[in-house]
Design a protein around this ligand. Sequence first.
Ligand SMILES: [Zn+2]
Length: 460
Amino acid sequence: MRIKKPFKKSGGFGPLFYLVAGLLVAAPLVVAGVAGYYLFLKDAHKPQVTLLPEAEAASLKRTFTVSAADEESGIRSLTVTVTQGQRRTDVLRRQYDPPRDKISERFNLEGSELRGGVFEMQVAAYDGSFANLGAGNAARVSRRMLLDMMPPSVKPLTPAHYVRQGGVGLVVYEVNKDATRSGVMVGDVLYPGYKQKSGQYVCLFAFPADMDADAFKPRLFVEDAAGNERAGFFVNMAIKRRFREERVDVSDEFLAARLPAFAGLFPETRDPVERFKKLESELRKQNDATLDALGKKSSPEQLWDGAFIYMPRSVVRGSFGADRTYTYKGQEIASERHMGIDLSSTPRAPVPAANNGRVVFAGPLGVYGNTVVIDHGMGLQSLYGNLSSLAVHTDDEVKKGDLVGATGTSGLAPGDQVHFAMYLHGRPVIPIEWWDAHWLEDNVTSKIKRYASGGDAPQQ
Ligand SMILES: [Zn+2]
């Protein structure tokens, strides 16, 4: 056994040691001091200031955000002042001790005593330097704005709206001033209205299949350039719909045939049934987010013309809104609400475009397999999934009846079929209404013609 020898010179440090140690401790302080002194005196740069939104009009309640940054000496103070005639009010005043590199503050004009009309908003941010005799460098932003305290008003023109669960309603309305945003609010989702040449707005809105009839209370909504908002009531009848229950048996053969297409996904999950469950839940969620984003690419113009068509000589294998349970050897393994209609014909049957529009997606889309999405305008889109081949490309213009592809088994299709679905602003709606010429005439076409074509709209 070896014992370490004690350090012989532990008894005392020489003067050289104290000198070196002293320098080591003092040097950073000196450097920091010089740097600080340098910054305080030499920071000649103004802070950077932004004021959002870049609006030309404001309401008293509109929220503004002012951000300021100064990398050298930091932000020491910030003020926002509004001036109207001789009156001057601070609406925001902040001091930062010690100064901060970056700040962001929100404010509105409720405490300002401004009156409706033109006013000037000035932002001043000072940095922490000793420039300008110690006051710091100042950055200023000033903007002339109109204070508009008059909320817009919105008036429905269509008299009554019967909307079935999972289906669509259409309202025509009028706004008394320019609106930056308007439409129908369902829950916290805004279905935008589209201004017609006649000046009226046309809005399609959905009664979501998974929303309770008692919770479905659509309201008109309008917001003007100043941020003033107004809600409006319109007569709406919610009609409950019963959705079917469907059971789909998942066999080992099915898993062996479908899972290889998803080989790169969820590598940590090996068990085929567990892999299927992951695809059904997690991948489906991602795919639906893609569809939601596609909804935002819809044309403001109506592109469809008359009733939509479906694949000829086909039978329905799965219905819209069905509460679908997947079973494996008698055990329930997954469930979903089936948001389309599965149509089957002969294998690889030609699938026609349901109506005129523009292709906004053509390619593989997860659980939906090879997929085409056609935009028909005003938020309305049709989807064709599980295809074996595609006959169109993104951005193609298509006419009703044009070939979009052939039925198939791609994705998680139970058999050779097309999964056909209709979406309104990225949310699934029942396709049958759009196939039904009478429903379309009564609920959409005649309403637009009668209330939004300008000239002699009847008085209500
Ligand atoms: Zn389907």
